[in-house]
Design a protein around this ligand. Structure first.
Ligand SMILES: Nc1ncnc2c1ncn2[C@@H]1O[C@H](COP(=O)(O)OP(=O)(O)O)[C@@H](O)[C@H]1O
Ligand SMILES: [Mg+2]
Length: 287
């Protein structure tokens, strides 16, 4: 499609109510390089729900995001995104891929990074738009910058923003086209604890106040635990999805991973998951 038409189309209002469910996986399995990463994934995400994708490193969490985007075919089962096939929902799906950070010398301003969410992948090349469209684009960018709390630094070069500030700007970029489903791959990973809480609260607000369904890959469930509606744990050869308090238990995780997993609750309410899956819940008693 002509990029100018695509950018203009991105500013049209979308229906406020998402088709239900926003995302559905039915007995889904993925194979890469001749190996089954995960299988039997059943997940239903409704409008404005916050879902975490958890599991050890290398289990295929990022691959699940790719499957939802239509960039990774399933070996079996089905994925439906907003009532259509993966990859067909266009701008109604926003995505923040894993580990994107900006070099300190990067001079592009935060606000221009957000604007790129409208312009597509034409990095650093703002599209010429006719006057009213240009104003609508500017207003929408200002609106999402405000929503993520980035107004104070959005005009600075992004390379000079902190990790947390960069992450907020990237979330704004993913939101600028008014998606109904937002996919986030470990967005808290590079942040220190104080920023993790703030960005987690922002993501919770995007779900529960803005009505955007969020599916977020997480390394540690603790910063988002209080905002979550459901979790899905991936394991080699299986998966469990459900409410956090039902799934994040010693019994459920021991059954899923076929090895002893102990879930402990620290006095501050944090969950500590000991044993496999080593990457989740603060693992091994660490932070
Ligand atoms: N296209 C591919 N071809 C072969 N192997 C792949 C491909 N994509 C991912 N993998 C492998 O699949 C596994 C899961 O990757 P990934 O989804 O990134 O895991 P996670 O995000 O849970 O850490 C890894 O072992 C990775 O090397
Ligand atoms: Mg990953």
């Amino acid at each position: 499609m002509d990029p100018a038409v695509r950018a203009a189309e991105a500013l049209l209002p979308v229906p406020r109510r998402a088709p239900e469910p926003v995302l559905e996986l039915r007995d889904a399995a993925v194979r890469v390089g001749g190996r089954t990463l995960w299988s039997g994934v059943n997940l239903t995400v409704g409008a404005g729900e916050f879902t975490a994708v958890l599991g050890p490193n290398g289990v295929g969490k990022s691959t699940l995001v790719k499957a939802v985007l239509g960039a990774q075919p399933l070996a079996s089962g089905e994925v439906r995104v907003l009532g259509t096939r993966p990859g067909q929902a266009g701008r109604r799906v926003g995505c923040l891929p894993q580990r994107r950070s900006f070099d300190a010398s990067m001079r592009i301003r935060g606000i221009d990074v957000v604007r790129l969410g409208l312009d597509g992948d034409r990095w650093g090349v703002p599209l010429p738009l006719p006057g009213p469209r240009r104003r609508a684009a500017r207003e929408r960018v200002a609106e999402v910058v405000e929503l993520v709390g980035a107004a104070a630094y959005a005009h600075r070069p992004i390379g000079q923003c902190s990790g947390g500030e960069q992450q907020r700007l990237l979330i704004a970029q993913a939101l600028v086209r008014r998606p109904l489903l937002l996919l986030l791959d470990e967005p808290l990973d590079s942040l220190d604890l104080s920023h993790q809480g703030g960005v987690a609260a922002l993501i919770g607000r995007i779900c529960h106040q803005e009505g955007v369904a969020v599916v977020m890959v997480a390394h540690d469930v603790n910063p988002i635990l209080h905002h979550l509606d459901q979790v899905v744990y991936l394991a080699e050869g299986g998966s469990v999805a459900g409410a956090p308090q039902e799934v994040i238990t010693s019994g459920t995780l021991t059954g899923l991973y076929g090895a002893p997993v102990e879930v402990l609750r620290a006095s501050d309410g944090r969950l500590v998951v000991v044993g496999r899956p080593e990457s989740t819940g603060g693992g091994h008693g660490a932070g």
